[in-house]
Design a protein around this ligand. Structure first.
Ligand code: CUA
Length: 144
């Protein structure tokens, strides 16, 4: 049986764990003034940057209500390191059928990596309610 003290401790541990597991921005994350996101390099020119043989950095912005860039194309087998930030509110960044699913917080850069082995069109969606245009907030990555 958990007494009230034990239950409180359990809840505290849950919260500590949630933060440690990435609900809070990683400490090495850079902060950008959200109002200046769209004019701060490299987010002023979002897009793919090739950093190796079949390896790319994707600098992206998530905003009400879309993603930039709107279309990206890479060869099959490419690894993409996503770096995403928002100039306005909290958005989601999910690519179904991959392990990519994270929150995008205003002014914070969220990062994740995935290797796209299978050719196809991959949808990127916002899965965090962000306002009236939330349901149309999506873009695609084409893997050839
Ligand atoms: Cu952005 Cu929902």
């Amino acid at each position: 049986m958990l007494g009230a003290g034990g239950l409180a401790l359990f809840i505290v541990l849950l919260c500590v764990n949630a933060f440690a597991m990435g609900m809070a921005p990683p400490s090495n994350m850079e902060m950008i003034d959200p109002e200046k996101v769209m004019e701060t390099p490299p987010f002023d020119k979002p897009g793919l940057k090739q950093v190796g043989d079949k390896e790319y950095d994707a600098y992206m912005t998530a905003f009400a209500f879309g993603f930039s860039p709107t279309k990206m194309e890479v060869p099959a087998g490419s690894t993409i390191n996503f770096h995403v930030t928002s100039p306005d509110v909290v958005h989601g960044f999910q690519i179904p059928e991959t392990n990519i699913n994270f929150m995008v917080l205003p002014g914070h850069i969220s990062s994740a990596t995935h290797t796209f082995d299978k050719p196809g069109e991959y949808l990127i969606l916002c899965n965090e309610y962000c306002g009236a245009g939330h349901q149309v907030m999506a873009t695609t990555i084409i893997v050839k």
